[in-house]
Structure formats: structure tokens, C-alpha cells
Design a protein around this ligand. Structure first.
Ligand SMILES: [Zn+2]
Length: 329
């Protein structure tokens, strides 16, 4: 690789971007001939700026500057987390804007209540599961993808919601081997969007595990919204007649009690874990709820690939989105 590109990569790494993100954003037309052309080198910088959310000047010799640096709020960030906020915000915002360009606007998610959304999902399927949630989002013109490429080395991010002109895009971060944890996260993020927690042109990033009864009001409200969406009640009262239930008995109880109430059994197990603050048993129960163990992101992104209007964004942007959605992370 030429010296100029090497220096550019070093600069981007130094600003906090992972080599994975830089690689995904690097244009496929780049080659030795391009490296020797000043106009191609300028075009390379503009392409990287657009895709990574950098200010256009910043790669033309000035300091790397992230456009969305000050427009992101992090939830549950602990003091020990050292994060390049600008890199996360700008990368996510750039991807979200691309997704929105490839997704027809239907209606804003703002002011959609949990009970209306739950009813809408239940009109087409017997229970509110992950596929039902994702389909409802796409139906409202809200793209949902799982990020396979991260701006940072550490995959600390649970999910991110970006708001642009009344529209939202949801980027899922941490993956799971069963659908319920992702449904739980997605329902919470839908809550942030519907409750208007994200100002226009801003983003919200959820970090770490969902925690019960935290002192952040928005987090509690998004949790309540999510619980109502998943179970029909913002404060589900879950009583079990088994003392010290095991993972297996919890799973059996959820398989029996969930579906008649339109509740996906895995989600019900997590609700028990959430309300009783016992994630260990709840997560262990999932092994007995589902018949197979499979990385959930593959299904999330397969749905997205079918919904996105790839032709609306041009080949280079489409290539970029595809690598963000499919790279081996
Ligand atoms: Zn949150």
C-alpha cells in the first residue's frame, strides 16, 4: 500500500476508528493507479468522510473531526469505559442516514404507543416475537440492522438509536444466540424512539446490560415501554408457584404461560429475570426454550437485506452498507 494511504489509515486509527470500520469504508475502486492521482486521493477522502461521519475538511490535512461528536448521549456508561464518543456517534449516524435513504418513510415512530404497536403486531401473528418487532419497525419506515462492523475495537454497545427529521434508525450492537435478548433490547430502543428521547439530529447509545430500577428516568420509561410491548403490561406481575425455580422449570412455565397471552416464551423468561433481577437463571432458561442456538444477527440482517431499497443509494454506498451488515466481526 502507498505511503499516503498508510498515513491516512494511521490518522483514522489514531482518531479512534477500528481497522474493521476503515476497511469497510475504503472504496472498492481504490488501486495503485488511483493512489498516484491527486483527484482520486481527494475522492477517497470524501468517500471516507461520508461513510464514517467525518467533517470533509478533516481528511484534507487538518485534524480528524467527527461531525456528530456532541450529538450523542450514552446510557449506563461507567467511569471505567474509555470511549471515543465522536467515532461512535459519527459512524452510527452516517450508517443510519444511509439506511434511511434506502428505506421509504411511512410514519414517525414518535407517539406510537406500546399498546397500539403490540396490537398491530398481534393482528398478524400469534405472539410478539423478534421477527414481529422487526417487521413492525420496517413497516413504519424504521430500519433495523445489526452492526457487524464497529467503530471501536471493543463491542461495548448494546444498541444505538439515531433520529433524523422525525425518522429513526436502530442499530443493534451486541448479539445473542437466542432471539429473546435481542427482542428485549429492540423493544427498549423502540421505547426511546416512541417516547421522543432523542432530539432531531441526535443519537442515543445504550451500553452494558439492562438494569432493573436504575435511577435514569428515560431508561426506566424505555424499559416500561418495552415490557408493555412484549407482554401487554408495563409492570408484568409474574408469580411463580415454584420456589427457587431452575432454568428448566422456568422455561417450562414460560412455554406454557406465554403463548396464550401473546407472549413469546423466551421474552417471558427474560421478563422474570428482569423483574426478579436474576439474569443468570433467565438466560439459562433460554437454552430450554429454543430448539436451536443460532447467531441472531444473521436473521436480523437477512430481513434488512430484503427490506432495503438498495438501488436508491448507489453502488458504492450499497457496498458499504453490505460490508457493515455482513463482515466477519
Ligand atoms: Zn436505553
Amino acid at each position: 500500500m502507498d505511503q499516503d494511504s498508510k498515513a491516512l489509515i494511521k490518522e483514522l486509527r489514531h482518531a479512534g476508528l477500528s481497522s474493521q470500520a476503515i476497511k469497510a469504508a475504503w472504496p472498492s475502486w481504490w488501486d495503485d493507479d488511483a493512489a498516484s492521482s491527486p483527484s482520486a486521493r481527494a475522492e477517497l477522502r470524501f468517500a471516507l468522510s461520508r461513510k464514517l461521519g467525518l467533517s470533509p475538511q478533516s481528511l484534507l490535512g487538518e485534524k480528524v473531526e467527527f461531525v456528530w461528536e456532541n450529538d450523542v448521549r450514552f446510557k449506563n456508561l461507567t467511569a471505567g469505559d474509555r470511549i471515543e464518543r465522536g467515532a461512535v456517534a459519527s459512524f452510527g449516524a452516517a450508517v443510519a442516514r444511509l439506511l434511511l435513504r434506502a428505506t421509504p418513510a411511512v410514519r414517525s415512530m414518535e407517539t406510537v404507543t406500546a399498546s397500539d404497536l403490540r396490537k398491530a403486531i398481534l393482528s398478524g401473528r400469534p405472539l410478539v416475537d423478534l421477527v414481529g418487532l422487526i417487521s413492525a419497525c420496517w413497516g413504519l419506515g424504521v430500519p433495523v440492522i445489526h452492526l457487524r462492523v464497529f467503530p471501536l475495537r471493543a463491542k461495548f454497545m448494546r444498541a444505538m438509536v439515531v433520529a433524523v427529521d422525525g425518522r429513526h434508525a436502530i442499530l443493534l450492537g451486541r448479539d445473542a444466540f437466542y432471539p429473546a435478548p435481542i427482542a428485549f433490547t429492540l423493544a427498549h430502543e423502540i421505547g426511546h424512539a416512541a417516547l421522543r428521547h432523542i432530539g432531531n439530529g441526535k443519537a442515543l447509545v445504550d451500553v452494558g446490560d439492562p438494569s432493573y430500577g436504575g435511577n435514569d428516568e428515560e431508561e426506566r420509561d424505555a424499559d416500561s415501554y418495552g415490557l408493555e410491548l412484549l407482554t401487554g403490561s408495563a409492570q408484568p406481575t409474574i408469580t411463580t408457584n415454584i420456589e427457587n425455580f431452575s432454568a428448566r422449570s422456568l422455561a417450562a412455565a414460560c412455554i406454557e404461560a406465554g403463548p396464550p397471552r401473546g407472549i413469546e416464551p423466551g421474552s417471558l423468561a427474560l421478563c422474570v429475570g428482569y423483574t426478579q433481577n436474576n439474569w443468570i437463571i433467565a438466560n439459562a432458561a433460554l437454552r430450554h426454550v429454543y430448539s436451536e442456538r443460532k447467531a441472531v444477527w444473521t436473521e436480523v440482517n437477512a430481513l434488512a437485506a430484503r427490506e432495503l431499497r438498495w438501488d436508491d443509494i448507489g453502488e458504492e454506498s450499497a457496498d458499504y452498507l453490505r460490508s457493515v451488515m455482513s463482515a466477519d466481526a
